[in-house]
Design a protein around this ligand. Structure first.
Ligand code: NAD
Length: 378
């Protein structure tokens, strides 16, 4: 680990930071294995041009917390690859095959997809070395975005959280920022539970109708490559107008830091269920309770995807996934919100403490974290 990385070191990690350089294909990548007390680290491979060792560490740490909170036998890790996520497919394949080859013996890390990588990329990695999740269905994978594992979990987090609010889920109005893999399934499942979608947005715009939007029609529009703003029966607004929509539940499912100190006061909602990772800046999140907005933190509410991925890795059937996501997300949402209320702390603090207690407990069973992960981890 470079001196610089020791700045981040604490009781949990990072255990290893590996810089990978392969000049023949111009591969520059970083692997951070944060903590493996609960098992080999699991986290995605992100391709972006502006990544850094620090970002990789922060993402790996958040996987340690998310996997621990979800009760998975995995620690947290992450890989970042320097490059344009939209590079030609042949180039991407070359880079990822080289990456997998370079990390062939790093058994403390299991590959998974993230921004810039998908199921096909995971298939190339499997072909090189195995040790990968989120494979195409043809290779025994469980397509988590197709079945809507994360959106399913969000709908259950919302259901549990309404018990801590002054409204019921049936008849509640909700708005979704980001009508992609996570957002559209959350909309579908919440509507089935009787909630009413009154606004949705994507990178091109917002559509709003307080009388309710037809979720299937919106999904169809997106399948045709159009924007939700093209939906005919509603008010078509600009992209960020979704922030001003008055509703009972507001779901960020797009990008990090979309709610910050500058726009927090525009939110007019009672409950936020965080679908995207870190959708609210630290400073803004600390003011949400004062504003009377309850929230379910990202790694509690959006764990459906990683639960699905881990189940695939351990050989589960597709049919078992949604029941497990439901059970884990409901239980954790309840635990976090009860603790936050009882101790008068932020849900984020309650979630972090819960996850850290689980990692510490797993660490207490081990002599060293760095050496010998045992035969069952290979
Ligand atoms: P996606 O690419 O399928 O969808 C993202 C959607 O957000 C798109 O419709 C895009 O047009 C829209 N968008 C982008 N920028 C926007 C903006 N500024 N305002 C409004 N809409 C915007 O991605 P996804 O898989 O649905 O993931 C969404 C978020 O959830 C990401 O932050 C991701 O890291 C996180 N997440 C995803 C999963 C999963 O299972 N896919 C699991 C956990 C967390």
């Amino acid at each position: 680990m470079s001196d610089n990385m020791f700045r981040f070191a604490d009781e949990f990690g990072p255990l290893k930071v590996i810089h990978v350089y392969e000049p023949s294909v111009n591969l520059k990548a970083i692997l951070v294995v944060d903590n493996i007390a609960k098992g080999p680290s699991l986290g995605g491979v992100r391709i972006a041009s502006d990544v850094s060792t620090e970002e990789c560490f922060r993402l790996a740490r958040s996987m340690t917390m998310k996997n621990a909170a979800a009760g998975l036998p995995h620690g947290g890790g992450k890989v970042v690859v320097y490059g344009d996520p939209k590079m030609p497919k042949a180039k991407k394949e070359q880079l990822l095959r080289a990456l997998a080859s370079a990390l062939r013996t790093e058994e403390s890390y299991v590959f998974a997809p993230d921004m810039g990588t998908n199921e096909e990329c995971m298939a190339w990695i499997r072909d090189e070395i195995g040790r990968v999740v989120a494979l195409p269905r043809e290779l025994g994978g469980i397509p988590l975005d197709e079945i809507g594992a994360t959106g399913w979990g969000l709908s259950h987090a919302a259901d549990v959280a309404t018990k801590y609010c002054d409204f019921e889920l049936t008849g509640a109005s909700f708005a979704i920022q980001g009508f992609g893999a996570v957002g559209k399934h959350a909309a579908r499942f919440l509507t089935k539970k009787g909630a009413v979608l009154i606004a949705a947005s994507d990178s091109c715009g917002t559509i709003k109708n307080t009388g309710g939007l037809d979720v299937n029609e919106l999904i169809q529009l997106k399948t045709q490559g159009k924007s939700v703003a093209d939906y005919p029966d509603g008010e078509s607004l600009d992209r960020d107008a979704i922030i001003d929509v008055a509703c009972d539940i507001w779901i960020p499912a797009a990008r990090p830091d979309v709610i910050n100190e500058d726009n927090l006061d525009r939110l007019k909602t009672k409950l936020m269920v965080q679908g995207a990772n870190i959708p609210v800046t630290h400073a803004a999140e600390n003011r949400m309770s004062q504003k009377g907005i309850l929230y379910v933190p990202d790694f509690i509410a959006n764990a459906g995807g990683v639960i699905c991925a881990a189940m695939e890795y351990h050989g589960a059937n597709e049919g078992a996934v949604l029941a497990s996501v439901e059970e884990k997300v409901r239980r954790n949402t309840e635990l976090v919100l009860t603790r936050a209320k009882a101790e008068n702390i932020e849900p984020r603090q309650a979630a972090n403490e819960m996850a850290m207690e689980r990692v510490r407990k797993a660490m207490s069973f081990r002599r060293f974290s760095t050496f010998s992960m045992g035969p069952h981890f290979t």
